[in-house]
Ligand binder design. Sequence first.
Ligand code: S3P
Length: 188
Amino acid sequence: MRYCAVNRAGKSIVLIGMMGAGKSCVGRSLHRRTGLVLRDIDEIVAANFGTSIPEIFAEHGEKKFRKAETEALRCMRGEEQRIIVTGGGIVLRKENVEILRSHSVIVWLDGDEQTLFARASRKQNRPLLQTENPRKTFSQILAARRPLYANIADIRVDTSVLTDEEVAMAILVKLGRIRPKRRSLISP
Ligand code: S3P
């Protein structure tokens, strides 16, 4: 099944949320279900540097990474409707938020802290979690960012007990593009 006009205003769907929220996997699912082009900011930044995110942090530092994130967003201005997957820190810069707001419906993938941390720490590829106490670091970052996510989100989905496919379906239901098969997928 394909959902061509995902929302009437023709806006892109941007996924925001903490590391471990499942943004990349849900993005791929939305791409399959809608047929919309998928853009992943981390992938664009990594491709522009010609290396991985951990390498960018190690060699160039977080500041340059953040600048590159913004640059990638700027380059996407004017593009047609897309699914856009962001890195967890995209909400840190005001300009990023303004760009996203100008052309997207912003979907916040949230979850309970334990679950998000368990998912985020499965792979050792998150530079910000390479600390003495990653659990504490994660908690601090999440506490600082939750209000930022909440402030810009049009839609919030709690991913804690849902599969990536269920999250994608819940988003499309909330956007009003498909009818729910299971009411339990939709939280208020
Ligand atoms: C970051 C999250 C990462 C990546 C980078 C910084 C963050 O993306 O952009 O390591 O600041 O939360 P994911 O959210 O996909 O892990």
